[in-house]
Design a protein around this ligand. Structure first.
Ligand SMILES: NC(=O)C1=CN([C@@H]2O[C@H](COP(=O)(O)OP(=O)(O)OC[C@H]3O[C@@H](n4cnc5c(N)ncnc54)[C@H](O)[C@@H]3O)[C@@H](O)[C@H]2O)[C@@H](O)CC1
Ligand SMILES: [K+]
Length: 239
């Protein structure tokens, strides 16, 4: 289902989707069209890194979970490190407990010599950083936020540095915008492929990142889609 609409500064309408529809988009992209999850995640991580460069500074803290959102954040951490940003990573679990794409992204970071810490305390103990990347939970939030994620969210909100959330602020329901427990209060959000219905009406700036999903995917799902990116790879949206 697509309901709310967002608009680019060039006047292109962009439909918003529920978490369920976005999951379908992802499934059609992977299963029917043959785009790998890691390909999309690479685009997500790189565009997110570019928005971190906009904020400026030379150090960043990436707070990552174990799903696709965390995987995108860890890919972003790699791009930041490749561009001489001093990156620290805080995870919501031990690295050995990471699975799937997040585990793969983390393994690369380890080979690069980027270290990670676990648990809420390191978020406040890391010391000053120029920007915090929130990649704890995306549209996969299920139910009320549990510990230790909730404590990580609280510590992220306590941080002095500007916060950029990946896809949706962690802790908000991507479909309804409801907060189930604590939620990250970002200074900006970079959402992926299509805006989520739960982002409508939020005050912070919202950017849409192109993760390489072709129109054919949207056509198969009867989602009305006009390329909002023009010749670029991201665009700012207003609801
Ligand atoms: N096309 C795609 O599928 C892509 C998806 N991407 C990202 O993947 C995300 C969706 O990935 P997933 O479906 O893996 O889900 P998420 O990564 O959004 O959520 C799963 C993570 O959240 C935690 N979590 C869920 N509910 C929780 C709760 N109540 N309390 C505490 N922790 C909770 C889980 O333990 C897990 O770590 C998107 O938001 C997006 O950021 C991108 O990486 C790129 C491509
Ligand atoms: K997030």
């Amino acid at each position: 289902m697509t309901t709310e609409r967002f608009r680019t500064s060039a006047g292109v309408d962009v439909p918003a989707v529920t978490a369920e529809t976005m999951r379908r988009v992802d499934r059609v992209a992977v299963d029917d069209v043959g785009i790998e999850l890691l390909q999309m995640m690479e685009n997500a991580g790189r565009t997110l890194a570019a928005r971190v460069f906009d904020v400026g500074g030379s150090s960043a803290l990436v707070v990552a979970g174990n799903g696709g959102n965390g995987g995108g954040g860890l890919a972003c951490a790699r791009h930041l490190a490749n561009h001489d940003v001093d990156v620290s990573v805080v995870l919501d679990r031990a690295p050995e407990e990471l699975t799937g794409a997040a585990a793969r992204q983390h393994r690369i970071l380890r080979e690069m010599g980027v270290s990670s810490q676990v648990g809420p305390e390191p978020v406040s103990e890391t010391g000053p950083v120029d920007v915090v990347v929130d990649a704890l939970i995306g549209y996969g939030l299920a139910g009320r936020v549990r510990e230790p994620a909730e404590a990580l969210i609280r510590e992220t909100n306590r941080h002095d540095a500007p916060v950029i959330s990946l896809d949706v602020p962690s802790g908000i329901d991507a479909t309804t915008g409801e907060t189930l427990g604590d939620a990250v209060r970002p200074d900006r959000t970079v959402t992926l492929a299509l805006p989520k219905t739960g982002l409508e009406g939020r005050a912070e700036p919202l950017f849409l990142a192109d993760i390489g999903i072709p129109r054919a995917v949207y056509d198969r799902l009867d989602i009305e889609y006009e390329n909002p990116f023009g010749r670029g790879f991201w665009v700012e949206l207003r609801s």
